[in-house]
Design a protein around this ligand. Structure first.
Ligand SMILES: [Zn+2]
Length: 467
């Protein structure tokens, strides 16, 4: 059953809207290359739209009322939004959840060393990457340095046109006879992903003079001591800006579509809700999905549940029972990207059940690997209601699987939220070269994702599955 290409549906006005959306999204990507930057960007956007701090509301003890809009952050790396609806929270929320961490190269805690007139940063990659894709390309350094006195320096080097960039070298082809016979997983090793930071020695210094020059520069220009790396989080990310892709400009090439394209679509959906939605709408932008949703800022942590406790308390509800009911009765789109069908690698897909770029937002009933291992297998009844919701709003959408059975696999945050008993399905944008430094999406799919998430947040309601 083929789905129509979404581009065929658009009139002039919609084409303009698709372009405007794409331009705003490209700017979001350029300003949000780390989870922390995405949180900051998002908080600025929602504050402007009237969102207030949940923590401030807790301090004030203000009772909440329908129409109130609240945000909460977790260690500046994860974000929650709530737009209180007219129906009691116990009847469940319409939840949109995405992640804002992306694969990258992290700088180690003790990174600096010199080798043969180069000063390097030792690294440890984050998330699933093909290591050979990250060499011989411009990288920028983003992150924070937490000093012992409690101050936190923000680091962004390599984004301004006048900034220097850094990077990882590759072996010249002329001497690559041995390298070219290696397996792709061994061509570049994890410990071989060290970043060249400098190449000029400090005059008068006998030993490690290039490193000495670099340490001096870090101190003078950025206020960073070598020891400060112990309490720093610095991520090397592609220095490139997001660009229109294709001569027809139908696509966007950029770093971190996974999963910032869904995060951005969620934010836009939240900002286009009616003043008082029927059900409370919630947006989750979580961290650490790429390494298993672990830690205090990943979906397995309790920050989301804790925030729901606070909301119930501020709404005057019965704490424990109210929270359980609110969560169990919720409906959720786990908004994460899908593997776009790539004709150059057609054998990796089963075409009838693959996500096609340009054919609208994708719904994955399940993800996982092998026999659906590790997946949230969404309920058929829920999918039936989602289908109706999408068709009523005339959203272009498609269904998809991650790829050919038994070829690999992957997961999302869906199964974690499903543990509360809520209905969850994966829904996202199809991506080409996922997890590469530059990924590709269709502008039409971004546009349809925003329309889909808005329709879901506005129109979904509770299930009736009693026997
Ligand atoms: Zn991913």
């Amino acid at each position: 059953m083929e789905r129509k290409n979404a581009w065929l549906n658009y009139d002039e006005k919609q084409l303009e809207a698709v372009e405007a959306t794409a331009a705003a999204y490209r700017a979001f990507l350029d300003h949000g290359k780390t989870e922390r930057e995405c949180v900051r960007e998002a908080v600025a956007m929602v504050r402007e739209a009237g969102y207030k701090s949940l923590r401030e509301a807790i301090r004030q003890g203000e009772p909440l009322k329908p129409g109130d809009k609240l945000y909460d952050t977790q260690m500046q790396k994860a974000l929650l939004l709530f737009h209180i609806g007219e129906t009691p929270l116990e009847e469940g929320m319409n939840i949109l959840g995405a992640h804002i961490d992306s694969p990258r190269i992290d700088i180690k805690q003790n990174p600096l060393y010199e080798n043969t007139d180069f000063a390097y940063a030792d690294t440890h990659y984050y998330g699933g990457i093909k290591k050979y894709q990250w060499v011989a390309r411009p990288l920028a350094l983003h992150g924070v340095v937490a000093k012992k006195d409690g101050t936190v320096l923000n680091v962004v080097i390599g984004e301004d046109e006048n900034d220097p960039v850094v990077g990882i070298s590759d072996l010249l082809i002329h001497l690559s006879q041995e390298q070219m016979t290696k397996k792709a997983s061994e061509v570049i090793t994890g410990e071989g992903l060290d970043i060249i930071l400098a190449g000029k020695p400090l005059k008068g210094e006998e030993k490690d003079a290039v490193k000495a020059q670099l340490v001096k520069l870090l101190k003078e220009k950025y206020g960073i001591e070598e020891e400060d790396f112990l309490s720093a989080e610095i991520e090397a990310v592609p220095a490139d800006k997001a660009r229109d892709f294709g001569l027809d400009r139908s696509m966007i090439l950029g770093y971190g579509h996974d999963d910032r394209v869904c995060a951005y679509a969620e934010l836009q959906a939240m900002l286009s809700l009616p003043a008082v939605p029927k059900y409370t709408a919630c947006c989750i932008l979580t961290d650490k999905e790429e390494i298993g949703s672990v830690g205090a800022t990943g979906m397995e942590a309790k920050f989301f549940e804790n925030a729901v406790y606070e909301l119930i308390a501020l709404c005057g509800g019965n704490a424990a029972l109210g929270v359980r009911r609110a969560l169990a009765n919720s409906r959720m789109l786990s908004c994460d990207v899908s593997a776009g069908f790539d004709p150059m690698f057609a054998e990796a897909f089963e075409k009838k059940n693959a996500a096609m770029l340009g054919r609208g937002v994708c719904y994955n009933k399940f993800t996982g690997s092998r026999g659906k291992s590790g997946s949230n297998d969404a309920n058929a009844e829920f999918i039936g209601r989602v289908r109706a919701c999408m068709d009523d709003a005339q959203v272009a959408w498609q269904t998809a699987e991650l790829g050919r059975v038994d070829l690999g696999g992957g997961g999302t945050i869906a199964y974690i939220c499903a543990l509360y008993g809520m209905e969850v399905i994966d829904s996202g944008v199809a991506v080409l070269n996922m997890h590469a430094p530059q990924e590709i999406i269709s502008k039409a799919d971004l546009y349809e994702a925003i329309r889909a998430y808005t329709a879901f947040a506005v129109n979904m309601g509770p299930r009736s599955d009693e026997i």
